[in-house]
Design a protein around this ligand. Structure first.
Ligand code: ADP
Ligand code: MG
Length: 290
């Protein structure tokens, strides 16, 4: 079905990032609730068309670990690009760990394992389609009310990446050392970002900047990532397998850092293999749903 601006009714605002606003919307013709991300568009119609063409690739992505895509169109009198995707009721891992922090708790190891496993499976799927995610971080990992963990905001449009890079300076905290040194993106760079994501989610605060040096300039931060020891998971209640998984993700040399397929063979993933983990009950507790 083709999506048109006039077919939508705005419901709640879900969040705001550097590049756009995300709203919960009702698609009136189908009765479906969706999440609509609006990004300020480049005014050049040729560039707009190219971005729409590239984003249409998302229609071919079909995986339980990737947020479903409904369509993309020009909105607000052709000034924004609207991307319509599956609405994930439980929000992002960032929303969830901040909530856990407010409740005075932490996210436990079984949940960390399901997150690590789902992200790796999502990356394996994307890799099979020759796509690198490029922006793995807690706010781009979403959770549904059934407790499914899914990736969103895939880097599929080179033209959109270019046009955003000209206007916005996104966060650099999750950038792998080889990227800082000018190497091209690879699936291994996404694994680095996964390591930082697991530390952040388990400790209720970002792994970088390092706790002792909160005021690093961007230059100092990038230098820190390349030259200083990598962050580690220190919590007492975390197994050595989980800590090792994180340190393997944070291997500085990308040639020695495994891709997602090999990370799925890691003892941390293996040790929870036959254990049932009820994420849907967990998420109900987190958000106090009855
Ligand atoms: P960022 O990822 O940098 O936080 P975004 O604009 O991509 O910025 O997203 C802002 C927020 O909107 C996210 O942190 C999340 O809470 C929410 N969000 C994004 N996509 C969805 C979705 N499909 N379902 C539910 N919430 C979403
Ligand atoms: Mg995002």
């Amino acid at each position: 079905m083709e999506l048109k601006p006039e077919d939508f009714e705005n419901l709640d605002k879900l969040g705001e990032g550097a590049a756009g606003t995300v709203r919960k919307v009702l698609h009136k013709p189908s009765g479906l609730i969706m999440a609509k991300k609006s990004i300020t568009a480049d005014p050049d119609p040729a560039i707009q068309r190219q971005i729409l063409r590239e984003l249409a690739f998302l229609k071919t992505c079909n995986s339980p670990h990737i947020v479903s895509f409904f369509g993309v169109f020009l909105d607000d009198g052709d000034t924004t690009i609207a991307i319509c995707m599956e609405y994930c009721e439980a929000g992002s891992l960032e929303d969830i760990y901040k909530r856990a922090r407010d409740l005075g708790g932490v996210i436990g190891e079984p949940v960390l394992e399901r997150v690590a496993e789902s992200v790796c499976k999502g990356l394996v799927y994307l890799h099979s389609k020759h796509v690198i995610h490029r922006d793995i971080k807690p706010s781009n990992i979403l959770v549904t009310k059934k407790g499914e963990v899914k990736l969103c905001d895939l880097g599929v449009s080179g033209e959109l990446i270019n046009s955003l890079a000209q206007t916005f300076t996104g966060t650099k905290y999750y950038m792998a050392p080889e990227r800082i040194q000018g190497a091209p993106y690879s699936v291994q760079s996404d694994i680095w970002s996964l390591g930082l994501t697991i530390i952040e989610v388990s400790q209720n605060r970002p792994a970088l900047p390092p706790p002792g040096q909160p005021h690093l300039s961007i230059f100092e931060l990038l230098d820190f990532i390349v030259h200083q020891p990598v962050p580690t998971l220190t919590s007492e209640h975390i197994s050595k397998e989980c800590k090792n998984f994180v340190s393997v993700c944070l291997t500085k040399d990308p040639r020695s850092r495994p891709g997602p397929q090999r990370m799925l063979q890691h003892p941390f993933i293996r040790m929870w293999e036959n254990v049932e983990i009820d994420l849907s009950s967990w998420i109900k507790e987190v958000w106090n749903w009855t």
